[in-house]
Design a protein. Sequence first.
Length: 406
Amino acid sequence: MRPSTSGPAGFGPAPAASAMSLQPPLHAANRGLRDRLAGVADRLLASQKFQRWASAFPLTRHVARARTRALFDLVAGFVYSQVLFACVQVRLFDLLFDGPKSLAVIATATDLSPDAALRLLRAAISLRLVRERGGARYGLGPLGAAMVGNPAITAMVEHHAMLYADLRDPVALLRGETTDTALGRYWPYAAHSAGHAADQAAPADSHVAAYSALMAASQALIAADVIEAAGLDRHRCLLDVGGGDGVFVAEVATHVPALKLMLFDLPAVAARAARRLAPLGDRITIRGGDFLTGALPTGADVISLVRVLHDHDDPRALTILRAVRAALPPGGRLLLAEPMSGTAGAEPVGDAYFGFYLLAMGSGRPRTAAEIIQFLTEAGFARARPIATRRPLLTCLIEAWAPNSP
């Protein structure tokens, strides 16, 4: 990637080189002072004596204990996720959705011994998935109730068994020593887009069925947020690139009834979308192809990329954006929606979760909004900016515009 020409936030021009060179000694001195102060703080926080004192002193006790809990949560995070996985596997949340149940009823319904069921329930209570009710009964906790209302999360929890297997040796993944991963096999387009010689043929229907179903389930979580923020009613025709089974397009069809629709994806995926979207009749046009090697269909004044770009490494991401730019008319609009690195309040989602998920998948990386905007500039877009969404933890949105003249 080329060095950025944007300012510190990535949204404006950088200061001129001559202005930046006026005060390098001061900047270096400030950096040195900050580094020394940070070193002192690091040594202090690493001291067991200081940790014991801070845990007892009234003015620091709350912060010290919260940090101890946060550190332990990092250590125990895999166990917590496996407790959630066990709850999903035995369908505990569906069972409790009908109302509180006794231990005996829960044990029988989940095919667990009473001791094992109680162990699971106590673990789930500690994670706010289950809540103890009166009369020695157990009901849904706030997070368990949210699970029932979001079947896409349940699908992701079940899917994570492959991710956990791939992450059993994360250093080997980072060093490139692990090349055959469960996620790489699950997402066949990852190997296809990464250019692996053995996988150059586009995936067939038998290969795309599983991941298409997962994408369809999880797409429903974010479609309404993107549509709400995008203001699609100003447009004539939308082309959804990498549109999968057509869940996003189907949501758009419901919310913006006057909009003409197009969908483009690999041929096997496009065929699945055609079956799902058949009720839309002449309102929808579906094309199969490969946006890495061929041109996109023209005719739309707005193109959407929903959770597409971060699946691809930098050269291919730029190829995709250039293909989108070529397909848009002058003044046409691109909507790019996906979780992004560095999103305030959701940093672990973008950088830890998606950073390692995509590593295990074998293709792509999370990017900051500033990095994406730089790519858009390189691809020939005239201007680009972030648009606020209701739940940035799930997806962020950037709009970009083709120049008004060719």
